[in-house]
Design a protein around this ligand. Structure first.
Ligand code: GPK
Length: 839
């Protein structure tokens, strides 16, 4: 082996050998070594996956020194650490992101090309870890990237689902779900740590007894036990040595499990029990913004929370810190209520397992946790039937009752003689069947509660958590969401990254506010030209993808008008369709009408049990079939449904968008994060005053944002005064024509039944005020079409949108969390051959 130390200035001063060296020749040799020694292949037999694996292992080697040093330094210093508890981490592929954060993307691309291979094709091989549904899971992933980039000691804790979010196929226009076997070819990014396995109890009952010292104690006698095995993935920061850990738990049957059954000859019975245990981490629940109330889901939540808290106690004890310092060592963020059972579990661990007093345990618990709320939708608020809850977690139910007694006493003192307030705030809903209210548990057990955009936090305070705001006004904070510019700009839009960097240097990548310097170029004709060319090239790439996957030819000169997110009625994909059908009707009535050509692109998955959402997907595909084939349209409108929207596809979509559809009913979308990714890549937004749209518009300026629709306040007022959608139908001819066209069977081969549920739901309920916002949306889209015809004006607006996205970096969000909730400071990681590394 020949060592290439110091060939590259980035390697100066630290270990550089065949497994860590960053020079092109060292990397190339590492790649070929892995092909031979890890994959057991030579070039003639190697598949693209073999090449991907060989490269992935070469890059993993480059992470390990950083990862080990990071852990060593945190351990030696006993650093205060953020633990981000989340049932979802929607990471997306690791390889490309690690190349960016190591700052070796270009070198590797070149080295790979010299071997006659194409880096882009290798990157495509990676099965993405889709361990999340949508915004909430992706936010967790962006936050891990920012935590590492900001050198904050942190751990992500979650579940290693064997099957992540389903793969979406489209058959005859309908969504079909396929299991996501993401681990099929192995996962080079994780390392199993069976030595840190923990035991988790489930079910059974509790025993109250007096111990040998005459003390009253409670013991949980479970009827099932599972083992949690941690799998660790390094999370590298951008241009830093920090490599934090994502620790995901897999459920297994305990080693000794049902030894008796084996011995008594009931082999199959014993294996069955094992299968039951392993079901816990089998599959991600595919619901977004709604809770199904299934026992297995509660089991998943408790499983990963218990594993994680026990793991944290192990770490604490390992650093010779007393349990009383738990909240000084760790700040735990609860990503929605999915991990809220942690409040009761930490109490149980401290009291039952470590014999702490109730009051000390409660003080530590409250100082440990903080809770992020991600939605105002009532169907998403988690509550568990008391009976179901008690059958799985009998001891936790007792703890929650005790917490509730003490909490309601506090409420009584602050608000005397107010029984209705007591029943509204209770941890137990007793209005009918009794339920445990997880949001209430999270509020009571946390020292900070936050919403994810300014409007959302205000609505939380005024509405969903109004009583808790009155009780604890000081706990409430806003933390507007953010997105990582590394994955969603540097990696996904290299051409734009290069153009920006050529003008303002590359420090914006870690300090997104600097994009503001681009404003000086917004009217520079040459810069505008380059900006447009890049957008055009990105659109051509997406057009090629569409042709390959959908067989549809689209015009890269048309407006790429994109709506990509989970399917949900409140997100109003259907409103977008009403616009499309309206334009189509205008063309049918007057084939020579002037229309700015548009390509309408949709992407997104529907929860498998969400009938209306799936029917909207079918309707989009049905409308597409008709419009794309109709010669009268003359190609001026195209409709495309891109199947299986995921992180990989999102990375192709944002850079190619002209228009970003953010059209939820005001007051319903907590924040949105796709809205930020589109704008960062120079798309203009058409949107309502909802979620973070409000703040995006504030930043980019009203003149650079296409606003339409009712405000949240107007929506509430309209609902209160009795909303009648039929009035809009009766008084608006174009709207009537559009709905009638759908109802008539025109898009369904004459079948008038197929889309009836969709039409009826608008005419008779219209819970999300589509008809009320229809005309405003149509008018606003007219303005979009006109604006696009003036390419200089459009480009000016596009540049300003990107230039003013600084606020929406997840680095800013994380800095706010660090300062205002977690009180945690950065720790610098060095790669010197320090004592900790040698020992
Ligand atoms: C909110 F409640 C939930 C949920 O179950 N899943 C989910 O993705 C989203 N969200 C919100 O709908 C978005 O508005 C928000 O940007 C995102 O969480 C991250 O905060």
């Amino acid at each position: 082996l020949q060592y290439n130390s110091f060939e590259d200035p980035r390697c100066e001063g630290y270990l550089e050998d065949g497994r860590t060296g960053m020079s092109p020749s060292t990397l190339k040799r590492a790649f070929l070594n892995n092909l031979f020694y890890v994959q057991g292949k030579f070039k003639a037999l190697a598949t693209p996956n073999d090449y991907y694996m060989a490269l992935a292992y070469a890059i993993r080697d480059r992470l390990l020194q950083r990862w080990i040093n990071t852990a060593a330094i945190y351990t030696a210093q006993g650093s205060r650490t953020v633990a981000y508890f989340s049932a979802e981490f929607l990471m997306g592929p690791h390889l490309g992101n690690n190349l960016i954060n190591l700052d070796i993307y270009k070198d590797v691309e070149k080295g790979i090309a010299e071997m006659g291979l194409n880096l882009g094709e290798l990157l495509e091989q990676e099965e993405e870890p889709g361990l999340g549904n949508g915004g909430l899971g992706r936010l967790a992933a962006c936050y891990l990237d920012s935590l590492a980039t900001l050198e904050i000691p942190s751990l992500g804790y979650g579940i290693r689902y064997e099957f992540g979010i389903f793969d979406q196929e489209i058959e005859d226009g309908w969504q079909v779900e396929i299991t996501d076997k993401w681990l099929r070819f192995g996962n080079p990014w994780e390392i199993a740590r069976p030595e840190w396995a923990v035991e988790v109890k489930l079910g059974g009952h509790t025993d109250h007894y007096v111990d040998d010292h005459g003390r009253y104690r409670i013991r949980w006698v479970p009827d099932q036990q599972v083992t949690g095995i941690p799998y660790d993935t390094p999370i590298l920061g951008c241009q830093t040595n920090t490599a934090n850990t994502l620790r995901l738990w897999t459920a297994e049957a305990p080693e000794s499990f049902n030894f008796n059954a084996f011995n008594s000859g009931d082999y199959l019975g014993a294996v069955y029990e094992k299968v039951v245990s392993e079901n816990i981490s089998k599959v991600l629940y595919p619901n977004d913004d709604s809770s199904q109330g299934k026992k297995l889901r509660l089991t998943q939540q408790y499983f990963f929370v218990s594993c994680s808290l026990q793991d944290m106690i192990r770490i604490l004890v390992g650093q010779e810190l007393p349990l009383e310092k738990f909240h000084e060592k760790f700040a735990v963020q609860l990503n929605d209520t999915h991990p809220a059972i942690a409040v009761a579990e930490l109490m149980r661990l401290l009291i039952d397992m470590h014999h702490m007093s109730w009051d000390s345990a409660w003080s530590i618990t409250q100082r440990t946790f903080a809770y992020t709320n991600h939605t105002l939708l009532p169907e998403a608020l988690e509550r568990w039937p008391v009976e179901l809850f008690g059958s799985l977690l009998p001891r936790h139910l007792e703890i929650i009752y005790e917490l509730n007694d003490r909490f309601l006493d506090e409420v009584r003192i602050k608000f005397p003689e107010d029984d209705s307030r007591l029943s509204r705030m209770s941890l137990i809903d007793e209005s009918g069947e009794r339920y445990v209210r997880m949001a209430h548990l999270a509020c009571v057990g946390s020292h900070a509660i936050n919403g994810v955009a300014a409007l959302h936090t205000e609505l939380l305070k005024q509405d969903v958590l109004y009583d808790f705001y009155q009780m604890y006004p000081g706990k409430f904070q806003n933390k507007t969401n953010g997105v990582t510019p590394r994955r969603f700009m540097v990696l996904s839009n290299p051409a734009l990254t290069e153009l920006v960097t050529s003008k303002i240097g590359d420090t914006w990548i870690k300090n997104l506010g600097e994009l503001q310097k681009l404003e000086a170029w917004a009217d520079n004709p040459e810069f505008q030209q380059q900006w447009r060319q890049i957008k055009q090239a990105n659109k051509q790439e997406l057009a090629a993808y569409i042709q390959k996957h959908n067989g549809i030819i689209v015009d890269p000169n048309s407006i790429f008008d994109i709506l990509a997110k989970r399917f949900h009625e409140y997100k109003r994909q259907y409103l977008d369709l009403l616009h499309i059908v309206t334009l189509y009707n205008r063309i049918k009535a007057n084939p020579d009408i002037e229309i700015t050509p548009r390509t309408f692109i949709f992407g997104g998955k529907a929860a498998p049990g969400y009938f209306m959402a799936k029917l909207i997907i079918k309707l989009i595909n049905s409308v597409a079939d008709v419009i794309n084939r109709d010669p009268d349209v003359r190609g001026r409108l195209k409709v495309v449904f891109l199947k299986n929207y995921n992180v990989k596809l999102a990375q192709r979509i944002y850079p190619a968008a002209d228009l970003s559809e953010q059209i939820s009913t005001a007051g319903k979308e907590a924040s949105g994060t796709g809205n930020m990714k589109f704008a960062l890549n120079g798309a203009l937004t058409i949107g309502t005053l909802d979620g973070a749209n409000v703040e995006i518009r504030e930043e980019v300026g009203a003149e650079n944002f296409f606003l339409f629709g009712l405000t949240a306040e107007q929506v509430y007022a309209k609902r209160a005064s009795g909303y009648n959608p039929m009035e809009y139908y009766n008084s608006n001819a174009e709207l009537r024509l559009a709905l009638d066209r759908i109802a008539s069977g025109f898009f369904s081969h004459g079948d008038t039944e197929l889309f009836k549920p969709l039409v009826d739901s608008l005419l008779h309920h219209d819970q999300y005020f589509l008809l009320a916002d229809y005309q405003s949306y149509i008018d606003c889209q007219e303005q979009v079409g006109l604006a696009y015809r003036d390419q200089d004006r459009w480009t000016h607006m596009s540049i300003l949108n990107a230039a003013r996205m600084g606020k929406f970096s997840s680095d800013r969000s994380i800095q706010d969390y660090c300062r205002e909730i977690w009180k945690v400071e950065p720790v610098t990681i060095t790669l010197e051959n320090s004592e900790v590394t040698d020992s």
